[in-house]
Every structure is written in C-alpha cells, then in structure tokens.
Unconditional design. Structure first.
Length: 86
C-alpha cells in the first residue's frame, strides 16, 4: 500500500506516528499524510488550549471581582464599626 489512511493513523496514535516518522519507516506519501495529520492534531490541541486559557482567564476575572467586593464589604464593616464606637 502506498498511502496510509486517517483511520490507521488514529489507531496508531500521535506518539507512535511521530516515532515512525523519526525511524523513517514509511514511504514519502505516507510521510506526507502522517505529517499533515500530525499538523491537524497540533492545531486541534492549540485550539483546545486557547479555549481552556480563555476559561481560566474568565474564572480569574470573576475571582478578582469577588475579592474586590469582599474588600469593599470589609472596608464598609470597618467604617461602621469605628463609627459605632464613637
């Protein structure tokens, strides 16, 4: 067989495909297909990482707002406490 299918690459997995590319066991057509498949996998991983990063950033912003409100409430409570002791 002169080419390799996406299904075969999926069965092998990224690690095994990378290993076979390093070992140079495939024909030029298989290498080209495998490299394109790995590039697509890398793009997918980058996109997933970007989404996860955006989720973390949103969560951090929410935590910062909660901390800011907690500080405002604590400051207000301190002012009330001082005012009542006068």
């Amino acid at each position: 067989m002169s080419d390799i299918s996406i299904e075969e690459l999926e069965k092998l997995g990224e690690e095994e495909v990378r290993k076979r590319l390093v070992q140079r066991v495939w024909s030029a057509r298989k290498v080209a297909t495998a490299e394109q498949w790995l590039a697509a996998k890398d793009r997918e991983a980058s996109a997933k990482a970007a989404v996860e990063s955006a989720k973390i950033a949103a969560s951090s912003r929410r935590a910062a707002w909660v901390a800011a409100w907690a500080a405002i409430i604590a400051a207000a409570a301190a002012i009330i406490s001082v005012w009542q002791s006068i």
